[in-house]
Design a protein. Structure first.
Length: 367
């Protein structure tokens, strides 16, 4: 039997998600489905699979309240500064995605892969359809897919170490797209989102970034179909960067990506200071006040003692003539646990199904 119930349940719930997701994708690719039913299936995938199962089914399996699950998933408040920075970061993620997707697409083309969507032409793209597309391709995925990956998976794998949790949740996020074209950049984005969620101790920044990236992509499709100047200008910029000398184009691409990554690093550090670091300072200040109050009460237990934060250890030390408080924070990623085979049995199945289906899109061009 499994040793760690939380890791086992995380893998089990995601196994149900990916199985039903594959079944729906196979169904939609083998029979003719109207656009209306396409939106219905999209809603089922997002709300039914990516949102409901990680919250409600996981809570049931863990025998814990939904409120605790939501808290564990990182639904922590963020300030206006972090919100604005998250939108800017989402724009940068979109730009980086364009170059990474172009790079890997060129590599796939060398192996004879042809994009199934390359010949798709939209004859009419009214504004109301743009709003509908934004709802189903930006709003819902931005919320629901983040709950499943930066919520359930990142939290579920936290005991195995932060690096492994970020890599696994990001890799599964890439496989979840079940498409060889999207796998590479989606995995990188997923890992980056996990990095942001860890540093900000909140899932909201990644939700905003995910929404922004998808929203820009959706709007660009609308702009292309309606021949808007903003699309023509952006397309011209990208074309000029890749349309010249091959070596110069590659150099410019890597230079541009390097600059964007540098800007992104500064943004993430600014979000870190505005979220996790600020919260740690508040907790430290409260811990010191509570400890001073306890000592003044001469060891008498107070209401504050009963509500003491178990994530903080505080001790009074004397250095020379000065007395200082030593504060140690315990994070959810501090202790590294090595899962057993039974803990990860469904993880191995998830990886197998995801890799097999993704390779199928390359070999046979299905889905």
């Amino acid at each position: 039997m499994y040793k760690d119930k939380e890791i086992f349940n995380t893998n089990l719930v995601y196994f149900l998600i990916i199985c039903m997701f594959i079944a729906i994708r196979v169904l939609s690719s083998t029979i003719s489905i109207s656009s209306v039913w396409g939106y219905v299936l999209n809603g089922v995938i997002q709300i039914g699979l990516m949102l409901s199962l990680p919250i409600f089914l996981f809570s049931y399996l863990q025998k814990q309240k939904v409120a605790k699950t939501i808290k564990d998933y990182g639904f922590n408040k963020i300030g206006i500064k972090t919100i604005l920075l998250s939108f800017v970061a989402g724009i940068i993620v979109y730009l980086i995605t364009i170059f990474v997707a172009t790079f890997f697409s060129a590599i796939l083309t060398l192996f004879g892969y042809e994009s199934s969507s390359s010949g798709t032409v939209v004859s009419s793209y009214p504004f109301w359809l743009l709003l509908l597309e934004l709802l189903f391709t930006a709003v819902l995925p931005g919320i629901c897919e983040e709950v499943a990956h930066r919520g359930m998976l990142l939290n579920g794998y936290r005991k195995t170490g932060i690096k492994k949790a970020i890599i696994l949740s990001g890799f599964l996020f890439g496989l979840m797209h079940l498409n060889i074209e999207q796998f590479f950049y989606a995995s990188l984005i997923g890992m980056f989102f996990g990095f942001v969620a860890f540093f900000t101790d909140s899932i909201f920044p990644t939700m905003i970034m995910h929404f922004t990236n998808n929203a820009i992509s959706t709007f660009m499709g609308y702009a292309s179909a309606n021949n808007l100047p903003i699309y023509n200008a952006f397309n011209s910029f990208v074309g000029n960067m890749f349309g010249g000398n091959a070596f110069l184009s590659i150099f410019m691409m890597f230079l541009f990506i390097t600059i964007l990554i540098g800007i992104m690093y500064l943004i993430v550090m600014a979000m870190f200071k505005d979220t996790r670091l600020k919260n740690m300072a508040k907790l430290a200040d409260k811990a010191v006040k509570d400890e001073l109050r306890r000592r003044l009460m001469d060891g008498v237990e107070t209401a504050e003692d009963s509500d003491k934060n178990e994530d903080i250890d505080i001790d009074l030390k004397t250095i020379g003539n000065n007395k200082i408080f030593s504060i140690v924070f315990h994070t959810r990623y501090q202790n590294v646990y090595k899962p057993s085979f039974h803990d990860n049995i469904f993880l191995y199945v998830n990886l197998f199904l995801g890799i097999l289906t993704t390779l199928a899109t390359f070999i046979w061009g299905i889905l």
